[in-house]
Structure formats: C-alpha cells, structure tokens
Write a protein that binds this ligand. Structure first.
Ligand code: 3PG
Length: 218
C-alpha cells in the first residue's frame, strides 16, 4: 500500500471511532485490562500519553495483546520519544503543540501525527507541513467550537481533533460539526478509575461515549 494511503487509513479509522480516549497509565499492569475495557466498550482506540514512565511499555502491551486496537502515543514532545513510541507499536502520534521537527520525523516514518494547534499561524504551519488533520488543544479554554468554526472559514482544508475540556455534555455539539474529525477526552478513562482497577466503570463510560458517536454520526 502506498505510504500516504496507509497513513490516511490509520487516521480514517481513528476518525470513525469519533472519540479518542486520552489515557494516563501510571502502571503498565493496567494496560491490558484497560485495553480490554475500551474494546468491550466499543472504542478500540487510545492515545496513551507519554507523561509517565509506564507509557512506553503500556503501548507495547496494548498493541501486542490487542492487535485489533488502534493504539497511539500522546504528549510526544521530542523525536526521541516519537521513536520510542513507534518502536513500542504506536500507530499514530499526538502532540500538544506543533514541533516541525517531530512532525517531519513522524511523516518520514510514515506514522500519522496530529499536532496541537490553536492559532491561525500554527494552522498555516501545519498546512505547510502537509497536514490535513490537527489537534485543537486545549480546546475549551481556547475558544472551543466557536473558534474552530471561525478558523474553518479560511482553512477549509483542515479537520480538527479538539481535546481538553471535552465531556459528555459538550461532545455532541463538537461531533455535529463536519470539520470535527474526532474528539479526544479522558472522562471515560480517568486515572482514579484506572488506579482503583474499576475497569467495569470504564467499559460503561466508554459504551456511553460510543453511543453518543452513533447517535450523532449514525
Ligand atoms: C490531556 O492533555 O490530558 C487531554 O487534553 C485530555 O484533556 P481532558 O482531561 O480535559 O479530556
């Protein structure tokens, strides 16, 4: 398969899930039960944030034991982290800001990356780097859906993955807008639920999230 097509396929798959659970894992022993809970809940995808020492091993475990799952790495700040995440099995990379070096590195490796942008200048930089899908972060403090709608007028080629402050109450409005590729959020995978081993609650919250996507997008 052609490399651009391969990257597009990965992102399309992510977009079809509509909501991407943003996960902080403190202990890689939780990686497999968490992956199972997400798969059982109907969102077989996750952005595992590279904020903890357990992230790399967790990505490895989830990718190996749940090959049907689309596992990516988030909070990637350096090319060294991107390299480790990809080697561990990350199929996509997310970063809070736009670092051209990290973007170029991922594209060179044929791994899709959605860097965080907020301003028109950052969006133009993303377009220049050949990106069509960007993370809009932190979404709610940065103007939320109103800001995305405003910038979509000039930047018709961009689609957005808003993350930061998205919850079951406001996610519907985002998902209804056709420039929203998917929404990132942590409400169904709160650290308190993971750390206390309440994977049943995670499955239930994930089912509710998947149901919202189905309601809005059919
Ligand atoms: C994060 O960086 O942790 C993500 O933006 C998730 O944000 P949320 O906890 O507001 O969903």
């Amino acid at each position: 398969m052609n490399k651009t097509l391969q990257m597009n396929n990965t992102l399309n798959k992510l977009g079809n899930y509509g909501i991407v659970p943003v996960v902080v894992l403190n202990d890689s022993k939780d990686a497999a039960p968490l992956a199972k809970a997400l798969c059982d809940g109907g969102l077989a995808c996750a952005e595992v944030t590279f904020r903890t020492d357990a992230a790399e091993e967790s990505i490895r475990i989830m990718s190996e034991q749940f090959p049907e799952m689309l596992v990516g790495a988030g909070t990637i700040l350096t090319t060294e982290q991107a390299e480790r995440a990809i080697a561990a099995g990350a199929k996509f990379i997310v970063s809070p800001g736009l670092n051209p070096e990290v973007v170029a590195f991922c594209l060179e490796k044929n791994v899709p990356i959605t860097p965080g942008v907020v301003t028109p200048s950052e969006m133009e930089q993303a377009i220049k780097l050949g990106l069509k899908i960007v993370k809009f972060f932190p979404a709610e403090p940065s103007g939320g859906l109103a800001m995305i709608k405003a910038v979509s007028a000039p930047y018709t080629m961009l689609q957005f993955m808003p993350t930061g402050g998205i919850n079951p109450t406001n996610v519907r409005e985002y998902l209804k807008y056709d420039k929203i590729f998917a929404c990132g959020g942590s409400w169904m995978v709160k650290s308190s639920l993971i750390d206390s081993g309440d994977f049943d609650a995670i499955t239930e919250l994930t089912k509710e999230a998947a149901k919202i996507v189905a309601e809005i997008r059919g």
